[in-house]
Design a binder for this molecule. Sequence first.
Ligand code: ACO
Length: 423
Amino acid sequence: MAQSITITDNRTGDSVEIPIDNGSVAAGDWRKLLPNVWFYDEALMTTAMTESAITYLDGDAGILRYRGYPIEQLAESSTYLEVAYLLIHGELPTADQYSAWVHDITYHTFIHENVRKRFLEGFHYDAHPMGMLVSAIAALSTFYPESKDIFDADVRQKQIVRLIAKMPTLAAACHRFSVGMPFVYPDNSLSFAENFLSMLFKVAEPRYDADPRLSKALDLLFILHADHEQNCGTTAMRVVGSAHADPYSAAAAAAAALYGPRHGGANEAVIHMLTEIGSTENVPAFVQAVKAGHGRLQGFGHRVYKNYDPRAKIIKRAADDVFAVTGKNPLLDIALKLEEVALSDDYFISRKLYPNVDFYSGLIYQAMGFPIEMFTVLFAIPRMSGWLAHWVELLEQDQKIVRPRQVYTGAEERSYVPVAQRS
Ligand code: ACO
């Protein structure tokens, strides 16, 4: 069987045979045959926009690997900062590389005082922390104007370290501001997750020591959220990055995409949904309403996974460790019942709708004391390493500026009508 497709232009009879390579056919060949004919592919559902060596995902089989390493093994044995190094550099670090990396990240966690005083504190008192975070990431580009020099390897590396390191500081600052608490400075004696928890929850104690089970669970959630190949936010990073914007501006665009309820905002929607359901007895009626077209089961379904999201499996297990410290989230029983009812219902089975990463993560975050508005912020912290890995990759690929075509459906040419003559 030939591993190729043949396209024939019936207007001219010309044909071109294009090899199928790695599951895809290169557009360059058909472009020669069909100049000025565009493939209409709404939301790029069947278009691979890039080659990438970062994350492998098989949605039918429920497989996720970073740089070849199964997510289950990384979740079991690695740390978020090691995973961030792996994503960006392509290999796991040696012991020396790892300690230098952790040191660099730890010593770049402070933000310029003016980011906080002049910028973050300028927001309205009830600003959503994710809206604040998106703007704060973009604002950082004005504090590091050298970041525009994106083809200087040292400059690039410096911004990568800064962005990964400052995300928890910015995120915690947004949270403290939104609840009216004073800013907490980073503590370099703490690990990445411990330091974040300290900046969030420290009150008057000289040093905030988080329960190690909670910091470990948070670090695990960071690993699981670090990358997910060409999702909406990462695509935004690549699109803006392809225009050679500085990494802060590109990352702000990616974070803005993540803010959407169809993307990183879904775990927030899950908690609202479970709260609205109220008790396990109401689950069957709620599922019936969803099937009848009233809304969606939040935290269910995925553009790519047509199987159980492997991250959801790991998170479901981690929830027990967290609840052992915090007490069980009362919404857990409703979530478990909902999963049971949905997974035995033909509507969800036939559409291959399974719990995704957001279905259980919100329950953990809520039990740990995070307000719902912080959930997407928690997602953005580790996703920064994935965004940056894709940004470096696209610059190394010397990718062209992203500029898709459209199918125009508007009015034909017409003449301007002065306002007095319009009916
Ligand atoms: N509940 C009920 N029905 C659903 C759901 C759901 N959560 N998701 C999809 N469907 C149904 C659709 O109604 C459609 O049915 P139809 O064929 O009868 O019209 C079918 O399944 C296919 O749905 P699409 O919208 O075409 O699937 P798509 O791939 O575009 O959507 C998405 C994926 C956006 C994630 C969707 O499943 C959804 O809205 N889920 C809820 C929100 C959510 O959990 N988002 C988080 C995604 S994970 C992440 O971004 C980190």
